[in-house]
Ligand binder design. Structure first.
Ligand SMILES: Nc1ncnc2c1ncn2[C@@H]1O[C@H](COP(=O)(O)OP(=O)(O)OP(=O)(O)O)[C@@H](O)[C@H]1O
Ligand SMILES: [Mg+2]
Length: 295
């Protein structure tokens, strides 16, 4: 089996601000396999962007280890990290982050210039190919201000793919788009994931976006959960529901016992019948006590 594209081992990230500290990531462990299409959801401030910046080698963890494509990058120099970012990872941001003075084509060429692997003509060819892939060949010579939000984000996606990364990280890629355009951008990512096998990790607030991915990770208070039932808040909610269910069952049982007592009280039954009822009620009370102890 192949190596995970991303592996986090017990990663914490603490931001220190004067005397106070924020634990933005709290012992996060994660493995992402090649070709996965994942979203990360969670409340504002829960650590989603911090998670992406650690995976994207833009920030270092306070503790724990980070592996990209099976290589431990935790102790790499800034230069080595910048090579990893340039060659292995594509970034897509909420505000597109295109260079306003460059055309769509030049924006897509830029990461290839940094990588320095292709000739000028090869870079041009590849940039045109990528613009074609995102359906924007006819906007190659437009500057960002001459394109719609959705088109700018598609250029940003083409730029993210420029150096043929294994991993694409997107932080709220639809956050600045209307829902229809946002859906188109996600469809494009889905298609690229399917056709190129690249791994996508998408941070989003939008449940419609999350639903489109094959795996959803939940971030709450710096902790990462693959199963929403494990989130403490939900766990408590579930046990409260269990308790309410048990209490209403007991309520029915108590009613039943009371009606049996009423029946013997008002009835003309003999001593034996009375004794039987008392016995049943006693047993019922004992059963209820036992179940009350469970709550
Ligand atoms: N550079 C920083 N210095 C200090 N604290 C920071 C820094 N970056 C983030 N934090 C804090 O770390 C926590 C996690 O922030 P992060 O940006 O990862 O959250 P988020 O889940 O992306 O939120 P949002 O959905 O609002 O974008 C927050 O409490 C935030 O205030
Ligand atoms: Mg964020």
């Amino acid at each position: 089996m192949s190596d995970p594209v991303v592996e986090l081992r017990n990663v914490s990230k603490i931001y220190r601000m004067g005397s106070s500290e924020v634990r933005a990531l709290d012992h996060v462990s994660l493995k992402v396999m090649p070709g996965e299409f994942i979203s990360v959801v969670g409340p504002s401030g829960s650590g989603k962007s911090t998670l992406l910046s650690i995976i994207g080698c833009l920030a270092r963890p306070t503790s724990g280890r980070v592996l990209i494509d099976g290589v431990d990058v935790t102790d790499m120099s800034e230069g080595e990290l910048s090579d990893i970012r340039c060659l292995k990872i594509g970034f897509v941001f909420q505000f597109f982050n295109l260079i306003p003075t460059l055309t769509a084509l030049e924006n897509v060429e830029l990461p290839m210039i940094f990588a320095g692997k292709l000739s000028e003509w090869e870079m041009r060819d590849r940039a045109l190919e990528l613009l074609d892939l995102v359906g924007l060949l006819d906007r190659a010579n437009h500057r960002p201000s001459e394109m719609s939000g959705g088109q700018q984000q598609r250029v940003a996606i083409a730029r993210a793919l420029a150096n043929d990364p294994t991993l694409v990280l997107a932080d709220e890629p639809t956050g600045n788009l209307d829902s229809k355009t946002g859906a188109e951008v996600i469809s494009l990512m889905e298609e690229l994931n399917r056709e190129t096998g690249k791994t996508f990790i998408i941070v989003t607030h939008d449940t419609n976006v999350a639903r489109r991915t094959r795996k959803i990770l939940y971030m709450v208070d710096g902790r990462l959960y693959e199963d929403p039932n494990e989130i403490p808040m939900f766990k408590e909610f579930r046990s409260r529901k269990d308790r309410e269910k048990l209490l209403s069952e007991l309520e029915i049982e108590v009613e039943e016992l009371l009606s049996q007592l009423q029946a013997v009280k008002g009835g003309k039954g003999g001593v034996k019948e009375l004794r039987d009822t008392v016995l049943r009620v006693r047993m019922g009370v004992r059963r209820i006590r036992r179940r009350l102890d469970e709550i």
